[in-house]
Write a protein that binds this ligand. Structure first.
Ligand code: AKG
Ligand code: FE2
Length: 304
């Protein structure tokens, strides 16, 4: 018999049932663990096969003003205020800014479509609900999107953009932001359409919209608890916009009533998931300390 290559073998796997995943049956974790190496080899092979069709994922997908201001801040951290100027506070301690260039979102979506078409098993996120067309993004997660080019891009979003920006706004996270985690989510009216009020197990969360300008939706505002008014404040994602908030801020996604919405959700936390303690007084740090990369190695703690 002819032996199958990793891509063929991965495609031939039978995924655990949705019920088994929902109930977190031991066989599910076993499935992902047993096939971990196979899946990562399959993604590598897929990428080589696809290289003529895949667009490179790089910082050209990002908003130009953000990219320029962040590049300047890495060169000279005293210029970080130019980054802060791009952020808008939309509820108390909840910030919005343009992350992706709307004109490039069709390219990013094409990449993600080809990921789905790869027919390599991907584990849907089950933090709060089991999201059908979502994927785990971080290598600490079983069944994650292990395509090497995606992984490089994911790390860049976290290391170059998310962490230093989050440190400017929420200085108490420093020391609780070395470890990263991420997943994508997808909503549409009749299946996964909302998320009830919750907090995230993160020090800080960056939630980035991936809807190209022609992919319209209605409903699906994300509501944040505003400590200033004591009320929930609804935010509508525009194409490529991002919201940055502490994990502990209560938030919820309202039902989507038409169209679809896709987002990347990125988390930072400390070793083994540690979070800043309540009421922690941030120690003032110099800008030079914010624009740095963590020196600790990634651990393997995954919240889900
Ligand atoms: O719907 C959203 O964009 C928010 C998702 C969210 O809060 C979560 O996945 O934890
Ligand atoms: Fe959340």
């Amino acid at each position: 018999m002819m032996s199958l290559n990793p891509l063929q073998s991965a495609r031939a796997l039978t995924l655990p049932s949705r019920e088994a995943m929902l109930y977190r049956e031991p066989s599910v974790e076993q499935f992902w663990n047993t096939n971990q190496d196979l899946l990562s080899h399959a993604w590598q092979e897929w990428e080589v096969d696809q290289k003529d069709d895949l667009l490179p994922l790089d910082s050209s997908l990002l908003d130009k003003d953000l990219r320029n201001a962040v590049t300047q801040a890495w060169q000279d951290p005293t210029k970080e205020l130019a980054v802060q100027d791009l952020l808008q506070e939309v509820a108390s301690d909840v910030f919005r800014f343009q992350f992706f260039d709307p004109k490039r979102l069709a390219d990013l979506r094409d990449y993600l479509e080809s990921v789905w078409d790869a027919q390599i098993p991907l584990r849907p996120p089950y933090g709060i609900v089991l999201n059908r067309r979502g994927a785990m993004l971080d290598s600490r997660s079983e069944g994650y999107l292990a395509a090497p080019s995606f992984q490089t891009f994911y790390r860049q979003m976290i290391d170059m953009y998310m962490r230093p920006i989050a440190r400017m706004l929420f200085p108490e996270i420093i020391g609780y932001d070395d470890q990263a985690f991420g997943f994508s989510i997808h909503y549409r009216p009749n299946t996964d359409n909302s998320i009830r009020p919750h907090t995230d197990a993160s020090a800080v969360t960056l939630n980035i919209n991936l809807n190209p300008p022609d992919a319209l939706f209605t409903g699906s505002t994300v509501d944040f608890y505003d400590s200033e008014t004591g009320k929930m404040k609804g935010i509508t994602f525009t194409p490529g916009s991002a919201i940055l908030h502490r994990g502990k801020v209560v938030h919820a996604a309202q039902p989507i009533t038409s169209g679809e919405r896709t987002n990347f959700v990125l988390w930072l936390f400390g070793e083994q998931g540690r979070l800043p303690s309540q009421g922690a007084q941030p120690i003032p740090v110099d800008a030079n300390e914010r624009w740095t990369l963590p020196t600790t190695a990634p651990d393997d703690y995954a919240p889900f």
